[in-house]
Design a protein around this ligand. Structure first.
Ligand code: ADE
Length: 230
């Protein structure tokens, strides 16, 4: 079973439109839509914003719907000058840029008493997502690399530079690492797919609304291309 966690209502709605819906279940104030999507058993859900919502959502997908693959789609701020608004980032790994237990000797970003700094995405899923995006959205560029997540919308040059210095990620968003950590703990595979909506600096809030519709169209096309090959 494939769990698809979308950040935006419109994105989830677009996937539900093409889904053969079999059941709609509400838990933890989230609506889980189960059915057949592009020939695959899937559950589509909007987690809400932030890492806690994302982690709760992922755990329900695993426990209640027996998801063994988690796909997180949405938008993100670019942290790399090569990556433009509209481009797509596929995660190699994800971490919490706002976790800090350096006082106890842990590297910044690492959850204390966990063995890893970042949570690795499934290599095969990453490869398939890259291929799917190149096919579905040939007009945009695809990048693979680290995703940094935190419970903050990044719209300041200084904060952005600090995240880049600490972690060298390609993009920043607010859910991926919560899902990645849940996937790690439950030993299921995951990938994060993010369309770039802004540059995570002082221009971030300006770019964001204008780009949303285009980002949704790209990620829906990508998911439709990816699902049949999983
Ligand atoms: N999602 C989209 N843009 C973002 C940003 N700049 N910071 C955090 N999450 C985002």
């Amino acid at each position: 079973m494939i769990g698809i966690i979308g950040a935006m209502e419109e994105e989830v709605a677009a996937l539900k439109e093409v889904m053969e819906v079999q059941e709609t279940v509400e838990q933890a104030s989230m609506v889980f839509c189960r059915g057949i999507l592009c020939g695959k058993e899937a559950v589509v859900v909007r987690s809400g914003i932030g890492k806690v919502n994302a982690g709760i959502c992922a755990q329900i997908l695993v426990d209640r719907f027996h998801a063994d693959v988690l796909i997180n789609t949405g938008i993100a701020g670019s942290l790399d000058a090569r990556i433009d608004i509209g481009d797509m980032v596929i995660s190699t790994d994800a971490l919490h840029h706002d976790m800090d237990a350096t006082q106890f000797g842990y590297p910044v970003g690492q959850v204390p008493r966990m063995e890893v700094l970042s949570f690795a995405a499934d290599k095969e899923l990453v490869k398939k997502a890259v291929e799917a995006n190149e096919k579905a959205n040939p007009d945009i560029h695809t990048f693979t690399g680290r995703v940094a997540s935190g419970d903050q919308f990044i719209a300041s040059k200084e904060v952005k530079e600090n995240i880049v210095k600490n972690f060298q990620p390609l993009c920043v968003e607010m859910e991926g690492a919560g899902i990645a950590q849940a996937a790690y703990l439950n030993k299921v595979s995951y990938v994060i797919i993010r369309a770039i909506s802004d540059k995570a600096d002082n221009s971030a809030t300006m770019d964001y609304p204008a780009f949303e519709r285009q980002a949704i169209a790209h990620s829906v096309r990508l998911v439709k291309e990816l699902l049949p090959v999983i």
